[in-house]
Design a protein around this ligand. Structure first.
Ligand SMILES: Cc1cc2nc3c(=O)[nH]c(=O)nc-3n(C[C@H](O)[C@H](O)[C@H](O)COP(=O)(O)O)c2cc1C
Length: 190
């Protein structure tokens, strides 16, 4: 059993992001080998933003987030793309935590307009490399997301996206298990 934090940066107003999150949590929730902790960044207290310095480690919101990231064996980030980047709330959360990210895998579920959030994901790979996170090759991406779900919020191409989610989750379990065993055998030093 792996503990996976699903970190959602979806807009609380947008319907598309809610559809993506609900669908992915349905897919991941079916896996008997995963225990999910859903961290909805627009619904939890986050550390206050101070220009020019990282969030305080003693802030209660930072401590809570660090505890949840630290308890996870791996991560899935669900993100939209705005102006070729991922949302600021996600950068704030990523920067609030440091050593708790290290030596764990992260997969990405993205959505957007033409690019399907892929540029946001490529930026996240650079940021997570700095935090010693292993980013998974395969992603799930929803291009022109507003037309990818029916009025009940179900994907119009379930075979395609469910298959992509399976690939991502299989890779996450492989890396999550391997890295957990490695951390237990030899603590990772930063
Ligand atoms: C100001 C703005 C900028 C956007 N920039 C991009 C972009 O660079 N690439 C892309 O694929 N989609 C872009 N989009 C489309 C959004 O990713 C899409 O509307 C998505 O559903 C927004 O997610 P949300 O509803 O969870 O906030 C943009 C939308 C807005 C309103």
């Amino acid at each position: 059993m792996l503990d996976i934090a699903v970190i959602a940066a979806t807009s609380p107003q947008g319907r598309s992001g809610a559809n993506v999150s609900r669908w992915f949590l349905g897919q991941a929730g079916r896996r008997a080998d995963l225990r999910l902790d859903v961290i909805d960044l627009n619904r939890i207290p986050l550390p206050p933003f101070h220009p020019g310095r990282p969030p305080s480690e003693t802030d209660p919101a930072t401590r809570e987030l660090a505890a949840r990231i630290g308890a996870a064996d791996g991560f899935v980030v669900i993100t939209p793309e705005y102006n070729h980047a991922y949302p600021a709330v996600l950068k704030l959360a990523v920067d609030a935590v440091r050593r708790e990210w290290a030596a764990k895998p992260a997969g990405f579920v993205s959505y957007g307009g033409q690019s399907g959030g892929l540029r946001a994901v490529e930026q996240l790979r650079l940021v997570f490399a700095e935090l010693h996170v292993v980013s998974l090759r395969d992603t799930v991406s929803f291009h022109r997301v507003e037309g990818r779900f029916d009025e009940d919020g179900e994907p119009l191409d379930p075979a395609g996206v469910n298959g992509a989610a399976k690939v991502l989750l299989d890779q996450l379990i492989w890396w999550g298990t391997a890295l957990r065993e490695a951390r237990e055998a030899r603590p990772y030093s930063l």
